[in-house]
Ligand binder design. Structure first.
Ligand code: ADP
Length: 191
């Protein structure tokens, strides 16, 4: 079983690469952002709560996020492994994920971090905002807040996995296929 944490700032390409990796390695792609957007579309209680944070570019509280992810993982006992995209984003989330996966004897195999400079992130997010209609991608202030929240709260999660010797960093500029090949080179060492 391979469990990957795909890590990187907003706009670093986690979602794009996850879709390609899911297909190649037959892993289940779980994106917290996609799950929250689904709850918002369906106007569930969780969606209503998440919306107030997401529209400001803040993180949804840990207990809500962790509860949603635990339920998602538990509901797929058939999965051959997971690609976690956008999770964990805080130290508490990383600890919760370890606790759950270790209890199933299927620990995180690697965290792969996509390194992309801030100027490129802002460009990509504004472009995505035009195409996707995502409100949090259309406003430069909200984007700046997301990058700041990433630097303050999420970057420490990389050190958490580095201490477990699980962190691999990848250059996140280049074509989608170039970056995909860099990711595959790392994953192929795990099989
Ligand atoms: P991006 O990576 O471009 O920021 P996502 O779709 O992953 O986009 O996330 C969108 C928003 O959902 C985030 O700005 C945040 O408000 C919320 N979110 C996503 N994942 C998490 C998480 N693990 N913990 C808390 N909030 C999250």
């Amino acid at each position: 079983m391979i469990n990957l944490v795909l890590f990187g700032p907003p706009g670093s390409g986690k979602g794009t690469q996850s879709v390609k990796l899911q297909e190649k390695y037959q892993l289940m792609h779980v994106s917290t952002g996609d799950l929250f957007r689904m709850h918002m579309r369906e106007n569930t209680d969780l969606g209503k709560e998440a919306k107030s944070y997401i529209e400001k570019g803040d993180l949804v509280p840990d207990e809500v996020t962790i509860g949603m992810m635990n339920a998602k993982i538990e509901s797929h006992p058939e999965a051959k492994g997971f690609i976690f995209d956008g999770f964990p984003r805080t130290a508490a989330q990383a600890e919760a994920l370890d606790a759950l996966l270790n209890s199933k004897n299927t620990p995180v195999s690697k965290m792969i971090a996509l390194n992309v400079p801030d100027e490129e992130l802002i460009k990509r997010l504004l472009l995505r905002g035009k195409d996707s209609g995502r409100a949090d991608d259309q406003n430069e202030e909200i984007i700046a807040n997301r990058i700041q929240v990433y630097n303050d709260k999420t970057l420490p999660v990389a050190s958490y996995y580095e201490k477990q010797a699980k962190l691999v960093e990848i250059h996140g500029l280049g074509s989608i296929d170039d970056i995909f090949n860099r990711l595959c080179a790392v994953i192929d060492t795990l099989a």
